[in-house]
Each structure stands twice: as structure tokens, then as C-alpha cells.
Design a protein around this ligand. Sequence first.
Ligand code: GLP
Length: 245
Amino acid sequence: MRIEVLPDAAAIGRRAADLVAAELGSGGLHALGVATGSSPSPLYLSLCERTLPGWQDVQVFALDEYVGLGSGHPQSYRSVIDREVAGPLGIPAEQVHVPDGDATDLVAACSSYERVLAEQGGVDVQILGIGVTGHIGFNEPGSCFASRTREVRLTEQTRTDNARFFATVDDVPRSALTQGIATIAQARRHVLVARGAHKAAAVRAALEGEVTTACPASALQRFPDVTVLLDPAAASGLVRHRVQV
Ligand code: GLP
């Protein structure tokens, strides 16, 4: 695991974009796994500012989607990915895959998502954020490391954290479909981005704590190729990793 501390959100975005662009340039990016939330936005912005050839052939896989929000809702992850990633990069709509949180049969929707992922040969580069609860995707504490795409109940902490994207906390869905930890683990490489003092405890637990389902992001310690990009505040709890700012 490589950990880099960068001065601010824009620098994290540029560095993450460098990593993704290098994969695209070398022909190694058949499928990009995208996270939503505020942390990866500067990365997508930085990618969109570069005029890189090859995006029209890339598949995009979302980590998760709210249940019952409606894919046309501006805060559905389908909408966010279309707006921030696929649209500006010119990736055709049929190459953008998001779990179907509107399906009447959610179990079937999850199986179908896993099937498409497998058919496409899996994700090459997976972008990850981390929740205050230590979640990756929407794998909240207690999520099994063998978990696959499924419906999960969101913690009140996560609903409160994500309320900033909605009019009130009551508008935040109570559950979501998320790739499981084992699904996420199958990506060839992972890039985790986090910033802010409110993430410091989760970052420390994930990178330096015991590998435990109490902190789902601690599973990253067992992934083979992980790059972590932090701002100084998010890195402030690290003790074992002596990182240069
Ligand atoms: C949401 C997403 C996660 C994301 C997390 C952190 O809950 N499901 O994939 O990592 O938020 O978001 P932010 O970067 O906005 O703090």
C-alpha cells in the first residue's frame, strides 16, 4: 500500500487523475470503477480537463446506488456519474453500469450486476472514498469480507453525512445496493481518496487498525495494489505510516 499526503483536494484530484490517465494511456483501462461523494469529484474534474483519447471504449461501474430514489433523481448515483464522469468524458450510456435501485426484485438486480461485471472481466482501477463509519461503497460496519452486491441498510451516521446532498435527512434513502467487499476486492488496483479531519479516525482504522469487519475499509490492507491519497487533515491520525507532506 502506498500512502501519499497532498496539500489539498485539487492536488489529490490531479494525482489520482494522473494514475487513471496512465492506465488509460497504456491500454490497461477497460473498466473504471467509480465512487460518488465529494472526495472523488476533483479527480473527475481533472480527468475531464484533459483531452485524452480512448474514453469511448471504457466501461464504467458504480460502487453503489440508493434504493427507491429513482434513477432520474439528481442525487441518484446514476445521475451523479452521468453528470460528473460519463457525460463529460464522452462515455456511451450503454457502457455505464449502476446497480438498479429501482428494481422490483432487488436480489435479481444485484445478481445481474455481478454477472455484467464478470462478463466485462472486472474492474481495472477502482476509485474509492471512505465514509466516517469506515464504509467503502455502502458496506457499513459488520459487512462480511466475503460479501457480494446486495441491499444494505444505511447507518444513521451515513444518512446524516449524506443529508447535505438532500433537502432534509428524511429525504436520504434508508437503504442502498452496494458492491460487496469481495466484489470490490476483485478490482486489479484501488485508489482511495479522503480529505478532512472528520475522516482521520476512519482513515487510521482502515490503514493501521486491525483488519476487521468493524471497519470495512480495513479490508484494503489485504488488497494487492492500493494507492491512498490524503490531505494532511485526513492523514493526521496516522501513527505507523510516516508520511511526507
Ligand atoms: C457515500 C458513498 C461512498 C463514499 C462516501 C464518502 O456514502 N456511498 O462511496 O466513499 O460517501 O463520501 P465523501 O467523499 O462525500 O465524504
